[in-house]
Design a protein around this ligand. Structure first.
Ligand SMILES: Nc1nc2c(ncn2[C@@H]2O[C@H](COP(=O)(O)OP(=O)(O)O)[C@@H](O)[C@H]2O)c(=O)[nH]1
Ligand SMILES: Nc1ncnc2c1ncn2[C@@H]1O[C@H](COP(=O)(O)OP(=O)(O)O)[C@@H](O)[C@H]1O
Length: 225
């Protein structure tokens, strides 16, 4: 079912909490454009485009990229989907990013995944990705049909540099440091909804019930004429 009115959604969560996994189910169910900030940077790095060196240096060490570079990178993508609405994954990661976005684009719903850290660390050691598409697999939980190969293209899967345990711990610390001010920001705006759990298959039914309700409500931003 595609939502008829532009809805602007954000999915928040720690690295490895299942944002991409859940976001793909949201996109399949409600049919809105899906912007994955991390994949955007990985594409820049693969294409060796402008700023790709800075991006690679930061990402391989699990260090957040400068706020202004991030907003510059996603501005064009958001502009392209302003009318249809979108699901944004991987932004904001700092309060400043949330405030900068709020000045440009009002967000209708913020979905926050809350998954225990031990569960996340356990998952990420088995995360394999198909870099060109951003498709995500897990050797124990959602393995590819052919080991090491992407289900759709048959191209090789790889593990991300920043999924190494030491880098993950750093990224989780960064997330813990930054997340409360961002959650408070969206709580004050009355758009935050948190979902707690250890498994995406348990979080999804509750999240879908919530979205079925809110996406039917005509509360979304009237698309600017
Ligand atoms: N064991 C397990 N793995 C999961 C679950 N949900 C997602 N994953 C896997 O955990 C890893 C992180 O999920 P991902 O969607 O990439 O999280 P993101 O970093 O927040 O986008 C991937 O390998 C997923 O396939 C789950 O409920 N259980
Ligand atoms: N909004 C952002 N602000 C700053 N850096 C970011 C942002 N989003 C992604 N990055 C950079 O890209 C890396 C990978 O992000 P992402 O693919 O979203 O990780 P995950 O899917 O594991 O949460 C981050 O560790 C960070 O270095």
């Amino acid at each position: 079912m595609a939502s008829q009115i532009a809805r602007r959604l954000i999915i928040l969560g720690a690295p490895g909490s299942g944002k991409s996994t859940i976001a793909n189910r949201i996109v399949k169910t409600y049919g809105m454009p899906y912007i994955v900030v991390g994949d955007l940077f990985r594409r820049h790095i693969q294409e060796r485009s402008e700023d790709s060196r800075t991006m690679k240096e930061h990402i391989d060490k699990g260090v957040l990229l400068p706020d202004d570079l991030v907003l510059k990178s996603i501005a064009d993508e958001l502009e392209k989907v302003r009318e249809q609405g979108f699901l944004l994954d991987g932004y904001p990661r700092t309060l400043n990013q949330a405030e900068m976005l709020h000045r440009q684009t009002k967000i209708d719903h913020v979905i926050a995944l809350n998954v225990p850290a031990d569960e996340i660390i356990n998952r990420l050691k088995d995360r394999w990705v198909h870099l060109p598409s951003g498709r995500v697999y897990n050797l124990l939980w959602s393995a590819p049909k052919v080991p090491g190969k992407d289900d759709e293209t048959g191209e090789p899967l790889s593990q991300r540099e920043d999924d190494k345990p030491a880098i993950i711990r750093h990224r989780l610390n960064t997330y813990d440091k930054n997340t409360n001010p961002i959650m408070e920001f969206y709580k004050k705006l009355g758009v935050l909804q948190e979902f707690h759990g250890r498994e995406s298959d348990k979080i999804w039914p509750e999240l879908k019930k919530y979205l079925d309700y809110v996406l039917k409500e005509p509360t979304a931003q009237k698309v600017a004429a």
